[in-house]
Design a protein around this ligand. Sequence first.
Ligand SMILES: *Cc1c(COP(=O)(O)O)cnc(C)c1O
Length: 432
Amino acid sequence: MAALRRQDPEIAGILLGELDRVGCGLQLIAAENFTSRAVLAALGSPLGNKYAEGYPGARHHGGCELVDAAERIAVDRAKALFGAEHANVQPHSGSSAVLAAYAALLRPGDTVLAMGLAHGGHMTHGSAANFSGRWFDFVGYGVDPATGLIDYDQVRDLARAHRPKAIVCGSICYPRHPDYAAFREIADEVDALLIADAAHPIGLVAGGVAPSPVRHADVVCATTHKVLRGPRGGMILCRAEFADQVDRAVFPFCQGGAQMHAVAAKAVAFGEAASPAFRGYARQVVANARALAAALPEEGLEVATGGTDTHLITADVRPLGVDGHLARSRCAAAGLVLDTCVVPGGTTVAGGCVQGIRLGTAAVTTQGMAEPEMARIAVLLGAALRGEDGAVRGEAARLAARFPPYPALPAAAPAAPYAPPDAASHTAPSGP
Ligand SMILES: *Cc1c(COP(=O)(O)O)cnc(C)c1O
């Protein structure tokens, strides 16, 4: 850091400013977390310099002995952690893992049944703006609007009617555990492959607080940077029978050289996730999410499915007279950082209006917060959503300061302290 500050104060200032930003607000984005300093060390290591196309023992470059060892450790730890027959730890991101899974199992034009985007499917589950929607024929299932729960009868009916080549289970905002056995049974009935996109829950699976899709799905795609608390990246777990197809789909079909610094950091994260401390962390993540969800109705929010089994909460903000975008910008102005999300049955993102917010407890739990802080955060959220950002900001900053994500970092204050965006300055994105 000292070398960077001397050589490039502009970028060093941004790094320090980001530490200041996360240190003076509450990070409630369900997909984010704070990695350990050991993971950061691996990420910032010279392993990123090494070219390593291919797989351990079969590389297209010389000098790969040490990175081979790192990748073998990462693969072995992933297989042990999740009880998987095969693991590929090279996907650069969760989306890259999904692309590779489709490449391994499908051909362009195949029919795929996945959660519709208006109900919480990820853009890789058939968005017209994404490769998935362009190359495959997606059919969307949804949740029961009354309960917010996946309608398995509808999944079965759609599977029978469309005979998909694959069924995808996974979502960006479903707060309950998917019934993987039910998906497996439906897939078997129509002779479809089952792909679990467990990008969100995989960290809870590692911590033993969520059911594992590994036994049920043919291929499991995941990220390593959400609840799992590793580096930004993806991975694929699968049965031995799909190992070669999956490996060839990741490299050379979808990607070139593996990012060996990230692979080493994934190994570090898998090692951490196998510890008893991580199981305690995962339990607290869920306990915190439940405590937060339980306190939100009093603030006027309507919590989808009435609660959560996971780290994430989806809530309808319309009872407060705001839409998702205004909710997000009001909260950001108050130092509460969260996402908008769709409310099933409401208008889709493509329609330009989202009615919900998505909250997650992975990051604040890493910081050491527990149920009493969650109850307070619910009150702050309510006030921020009503537009009382000035009153909330100071308390949100004080709460965050009591639980610094990186206590030992850094010694220097940023050139300019972090100032949150003005609630009025926010414009809605037009992306997928
Ligand atoms: C986060 C997520 C992804 C993609 O992860 P990226 O690393 O952002 O590409 C894919 N699928 C689901 C369901 C996700 O939640």
